[in-house]
Design a protein around this ligand. Structure first.
Ligand code: GTP
Ligand code: MG
Length: 195
């Protein structure tokens, strides 16, 4: 699949602000600073569809992007940013719960983890949560350019183990910097949409 058109359709902090549930949706989740916005820009071939930031925690809203006038990519707010207060963390949890628990058309949540680090306790928790809702099965290992091919294979095994992934589940190494891995991810997205 190629993405030829993408546009920001809605920015939401609560369900009343979501676009009408008339499309399939693939959402992206991950720790703050993991490279989510960079990946969305890579997938859509746009330089600044999603804002890339040096300071983590920039994306505090749920952003809905309409893709190819067909389906939506949904950018979920990052977690694990150390400086969030307790009430902000609670707000984050409620926002995620509201979206993930009952969004018609939501097919899958792609979980992002940094290829350089073993998945954190929060990554594991997030993935368990996705499993609970039947939205698990696709993980992207970001910033693959930072380590060698050999190390990548090791990391992927570690990610599979730590997240307790099934054999048929996918871990896709991607580099937004080197522009690698996006085709494989788009193929996976296409097969999810066509199921
Ligand atoms: P928040 O929205 O702030 O939570 O972050 P995010 O997950 O959207 O990450 P973002 O795309 O803003 O990237 C965070 C930092 O990682 C930026 O400095 C990016 O340039 C860098 N980065 C993202 N992807 C890659 C990659 O594939 N390789 C390398 N080397 N750096 C990357
Ligand atoms: Mg972001």
């Amino acid at each position: 699949m190629r993405i030829t058109k993408s546009e920001l359709e809605a920015v939401a902090v609560k369900p009343a602000q979501y676009p009408e549930a008339n499309r399939y949706e693939i959402a992206f989740a991950g720790r703050s600073n993991v490279g989510k916005s960079s990946l969305l820009n890579l997938l859509t071939g746009r330089k600044a569809l999603a804002r890339v930031s040096g300071s983590p925690g920039k994306t505090r809203t749920i952003n809905f992007y309409l893709v190819n006038d067909d389906f939506r990519i949904v950018d979920l707010p990052g977690y694990g940013y150390a400086k969030l207060s307790r009430s902000e963390t609670e707000k984050w949890g409620a926002m995620m719960e509201a979206y993930l628990s009952k969004r018609p058309g939501l097919l899958k949540v792609v979980q992002l983890v940094d290829i350089r680090h073993e998945p954190s306790a929060q990554d594991v928790q997030m993935y368990d949560y996705l499993r609970y809702y039947g939205l698990d099965g696709v993980v992207v290992a970001t910033k693959a350019d930072k380590i060698s091919k050999n190390q990548q294979q090791k990391s992927i095994r570690q990610i599979r183990q730590k997240l307790n992934m099934k054999k048929e589940d996918a871990v896709i190494p991607v580099s937004a910097l080197k522009r690698t891995g996006q085709e494989e991810l788009l193929d996976v997205i296409e097969s999810i949409l066509n199921k």
